[in-house]
Design a binder for this molecule. Structure first.
Ligand SMILES: [Zn+2]
Length: 122
């Protein structure tokens, strides 16, 4: 029987095919070297599949990004509104109205963005 060593490529014309047979050239056990090579190929396949799948699984789509930009601008507006309210409001009802408006400016775009994100989920 002829076996070509998976490690050193030596061709053994006098191979027996026994499970623990070793290569006369480099001393590796044929079965173990073949298994290691198969595992390496399998690991490489898994890595390439993960690499191929990851970007589209993790990156937000266009609609999701629009939602999150709206959320960001809502948060900035809410901060400005809150600062303006506490700097300029002349009464407690004015402060309360300003704070409520700021809360709405921050919360509504956030809910909108979260809803879009969930709806766009694959
Ligand atoms: Zn060998």
């Amino acid at each position: 029987m002829v076996i070509t060593c998976p490690k050193c490529q030596h061709t053994n014309d006098a191979a027996t095919g026994k499970p623990m047979e070793t290569c006369p050239q480099c001393g590796v056990i044929y079965a173990r070297a073949a298994l290691a090579q198969a595992q390496q190929r399998q690991a490489e396949t898994v890595r390439s599949r993960v690499r191929a799948a990851a970007p589209e699984a993790n990156a937000p789509g266009f609609v999701e990004r629009v939602g999150w930009y709206l959320c960001l601008s809502g948060a900035v507006l809410a901060g400005v509104e809150l600062a303006w309210t506490f700097a300029k409001a002349e009464s407690a009802p004015q402060q309360a109205a300003g704070a409520a408006l700021a809360l709405g400016l921050a919360a509504i775009p956030y809910c909108f963005a979260r809803a879009l994100q969930m709806l766009m989920r694959r």
